[in-house]
Write a protein that binds this ligand. Structure first.
Ligand code: HEC
Ligand code: HEC
Ligand code: HEC
Ligand code: HEC
Ligand code: HEC
Ligand code: HEC
Ligand code: HEC
Ligand code: HEC
Ligand code: HEC
Ligand code: HEC
Length: 316
């Protein structure tokens, strides 16, 4: 009985707290993203920072575990002079408090999926401190042009930023890239699903000057960085191999062996006519040289090129 009463009181308090919070939140909930941006810009020019820094924020926000976790990460460190916590503290990112503490009359800069601010507005806060040349490619990157926010990948209110941990990078990327997620779980793939490799082994998350934001100038250079033996030089080159590995392979994964886009003979017949030469070849008894086994590769097995003096047909 007592138990139930206590519970009812608790529920009552919780409901009250919720009401007051949502009333406060509603003060700026009706604003459009643009109006909000304008209001926040005004606030910035007034520059009314709280004299007590984080302490004044924590009066209301300390119960929120997400908020408190900032002290476990790089931005919560007091030792680093460049760190927000050694300067304007919370307001270095969320902007001046102004009258926000007066019954929530004024909005703060918010980040992440629920923020009404444009990605570029959010990102400009981060870039205020993170403006080293390494980030230059960001401006022309697809991610920037597609309005992806720094906070879509990074989590600053945490001890472990998921974008910086090898075991969670792939999850971060595939939360948006569902096609690559499906591919990497197919039968043949790079060891991405075991997190032994990550998307950033090939791609630069902040963009690069190369196509598809690759780390290396070309697709083939990307592949050679690990598959050096495919670089050659070879005596007899197979033109598509030196041109572009992804003509035949899907780097993210495939239902076919060896990450192949399709299987032989179809793979080869995109370029080589299926005519004539079939009749000139005598398949071994019981084996259909063109459909069964490794098909064309039964004979042309040095498909990446040959170093044999008489290997011009990639047979040896
Ligand atoms: C008097 C209490 C109070 C103080 C002090 C306070 N806040 Fe808030 N804050 C709130 C309330 C209430 C909300 C709206 C409810 C919510 O979303 O949690 C809120 C929301 C926020 C949000 C989310 C905004 C959004 O649009 O989703 C951020 C960020 C924030 N506060 C940061 C700060 C910072 C930084 C400080 C210190 C400079 C601070 N707050 C001081 C009460 C306070
Ligand atoms: C380095 C910039 C930075 C600093 C410093 C910072 N925040 Fe945040 N804050 C963020 C980002 C980014 C988010 C969105 C969530 C995330 O990515 O971690 C956020 C989210 C929040 C939220 C919303 C949390 C929720 O439950 O969704 C509140 C409230 C908040 N911060 C308050 C604070 C307070 C209080 C401080 C100081 C103790 C602080 N922040 C310091 C960047 C910062
Ligand atoms: C007031 C300056 C300041 C602002 C604003 C700021 N940062 Fe930082 N950030 C730092 C400093 C200082 C470090 C630590 C660098 C170091 O240790 O070399 C850091 C480190 C980082 C790191 C690496 C973290 C790690 O654990 O090594 C990431 C990622 C990062 N910041 C992202 C962000 C994002 C995203 C935002 C915007 C929401 C942001 N920062 C806003 C100053 C800032
Ligand atoms: C698509 C996801 C993604 C976005 C968007 C993103 N980052 Fe990163 N960021 C990463 C990953 C992944 C790493 C780890 C890179 C590594 O280990 O080589 C990283 C590393 C960092 C670091 C650590 C230092 C460094 O350069 O290695 C900082 C600082 C940083 N990012 C800041 C930012 C800022 C500022 C923005 C927004 C302008 C941003 N990031 C946008 C994924 C992202
Ligand atoms: C918040 C969603 C989101 C996250 C998280 C995200 N991306 Fe993207 N990414 C996009 C969008 C949207 C595009 C543009 C449309 C497309 O190509 O799918 C894009 C494009 C790309 C491209 C093509 C770039 C080009 O110039 O053609 C690459 C590569 C890429 N992302 C890699 C990554 C990697 C690696 C990560 C993790 C570190 C990541 N993305 C995380 C949304 C995201
Ligand atoms: C082994 C290297 C490698 C790895 C690992 C890799 N990619 Fe790629 N990715 C590429 C290459 C090469 C291209 C260009 C393909 C092309 O032009 O057809 C590409 C293209 C892309 C594109 C652009 C696709 C399009 O249709 O334009 C996206 C998005 C992408 N990758 C996301 C990812 C994500 C997410 C991961 C991690 C799950 C990842 N990649 C891992 C090599 C890689
Ligand atoms: C960061 C290193 C790295 C890069 C870059 C890389 N690979 Fe790989 N690749 C691997 C590893 C590791 C394996 C797995 C080897 C194993 O399982 O024995 C592999 C396996 C393969 C396989 C065989 C897959 C199978 O099912 O057995 C093919 C085909 C392949 N890679 C093609 C490519 C192509 C094409 C590129 C360029 C787009 C590329 N790789 C870039 C590391 C890399
Ligand atoms: C003309 C199509 C084609 C092109 C282009 C191509 N490959 Fe392959 N690759 C194949 C085929 C077919 C196999 C399977 C070989 C077999 O079954 O004997 C294969 C297998 C592989 C393997 C796994 C077996 C091995 O030989 O190590 C790797 C790794 C590989 N390719 C990397 C590359 C790289 C790197 C490039 C670009 C330099 C490339 N491939 C270009 C058709 C191609
Ligand atoms: C993207 C197009 C393309 C694909 C796919 C392709 N090839 Fe080729 N292949 C070529 C080109 C171009 C040449 C050079 C032809 C020339 O020099 O006349 C060539 C040359 C050859 C040669 C040497 C014959 C000659 O005339 O020099 C053989 C054998 C061969 N390919 C077999 C294959 C096999 C087997 C496959 C499938 C595993 C395959 N090719 C896939 C484009 C392709
Ligand atoms: C049983 C072995 C064998 C198989 C299987 C085979 N080839 Fe050949 N291929 C040869 C021989 C032998 C030659 C040389 C024929 C000649 O000089 O008359 C040749 C020649 C070629 C040439 C050079 C141009 C030409 O027509 O002379 C190409 C291209 C070629 N093959 C592609 C393919 C493709 C594509 C497949 C699969 C659809 C395939 N081969 C399957 C043995 C084979």
């Amino acid at each position: 009985m007592i138990c139930r009463l206590v519970k009812r009181v608790l529920v009552g308090i919780a409901a009250l707290a919720w009401v007051s919070v949502s009333v406060n939140a509603a003060r700026w909930d009706h604003l459009t993203g643009e109006q909000l941006e304008q209001k926040l810009t005004e606030k910035f020019t007034q520059g009314q920072y709280s004299p007590k820094g984080a302490d004044s924020c924590l009066m209301c926000h300390r119960k929120n575990e997400v908020v408190m976790a900032i002290f476990d990460g790089a931005h919560g460190s007091m030792n680093n002079k460049q760190s927000p916590m050694a300067g304007l503290q919370c307001e270095a990112c969320h902007g001046p408090q102004g009258k926000h503490n007066k019954g929530g009359k004024e909005p703060m800069i918010a980040f992440g999926e629920e923020s009404k601010l444009s990605a570029s507005a959010q990102n400009s806060v981060c870039q205020g401190c993170h403006n080293d040349p390494k980030q230059m490619a960001w401006h022309t990157s697809t991610h920037n042009l597609e309005e992806i926010a720094c906070a879509d990948c990074h989590n600053v209110h945490s001890a472990k930023d998921p974008a910086l941990d090898k075991l969670t990078i792939n999850d971060t990327c595939t939360s948006c890239h569902s096609k690559e997620k499906a591919d990497m779980n197919k039968r043949s793939s790079h060891p991405l699903k075991w997190d032994q490799m990550t998307c950033i082994d090939c791609h630069s998350p902040h963009g690069s000057m190369n196509e598809s934001a690759l780390n290396k100038p070309t697709i083939n250079d990307t592949c050679y960085s690990c598959h050096a033996e495919k670089r050659g030089p070879v005596l007899w080159e197979h033109a598509p191999v030196t041109e572009n590995c992804v003509t035949c392979h899907n780097p993210h994964g495939s239902v076919n062996d060896d990450l192949l886009n399709s299987r032989a003979p179809q793979l080869c017949q995109q370029c080589h006519a299926p005519d004539g030469h079939a009749s000139r070849v005598v398949p071994e008894p019981g084996m259909d040289a063109f459909g069964g086994g490794k098909s064309c590769l039964n004979c042309h097995n040095k498909i990446h090129g040959s170093n044999h003096p008489s290997g011009s047909l990639f047979q040896r």
